[in-house]
Design a protein. Structure first.
Length: 125
């Protein structure tokens, strides 16, 4: 969801890539709640972090504790940050309860990323 949100909200200014330490495929509930706000991530992929080995990024941002602990070091002047959010696939309850967790986390990610990158873009001039 973070990749889709950043690429939508900062189109033409930033480009985000998403990868995981243990990817499980594109989650249909994530696709559904993103579509609810007009962002289509159905063509996105769930990639392993090794796909980006040797790449240089301005930021590497981990979103859940597991990724923060397992994320390897990146080189090339990368700023590594952790922004912790609940992991929606671990949500329990009714279908609507689970979707509400996805929606809440989606909105939290969006707000946090917007605030962070707006400040960074202003700072970088």
């Amino acid at each position: 969801m973070a990749e889709g949100l950043v690429n939508y909200d900062f189109a033409g200014r930033l480009e985000a890539f998403s990868a995981g330490t243990e990817p499980h495929g594109l989650n249909p509930k994530a696709v559904q709640v993103m579509a609810e706000i007009g962002i289509d991530i159905s063509g996105n992929s769930s990639d392993h972090i090794s796909l980006y080995e040797g790449e240089s990024f301005d930021y590497v941002i981990t979103l859940c504790g597991d990724a923060n602990e397992k994320c390897p070091l990146f080189f090339g002047g990368v700023k590594r940050l952790h922004m912790g959010f609940d992991d929606p696939p671990k949500a329990i309850g009714s279908e609507e309860d689970v979707l509400n967790v996805y929606r809440r986390v989606r909105d939290e990610i969006r707000q946090t990323m917007r605030e962070f990158f707006e400040k960074e873009l202003i700072r970088q001039g």
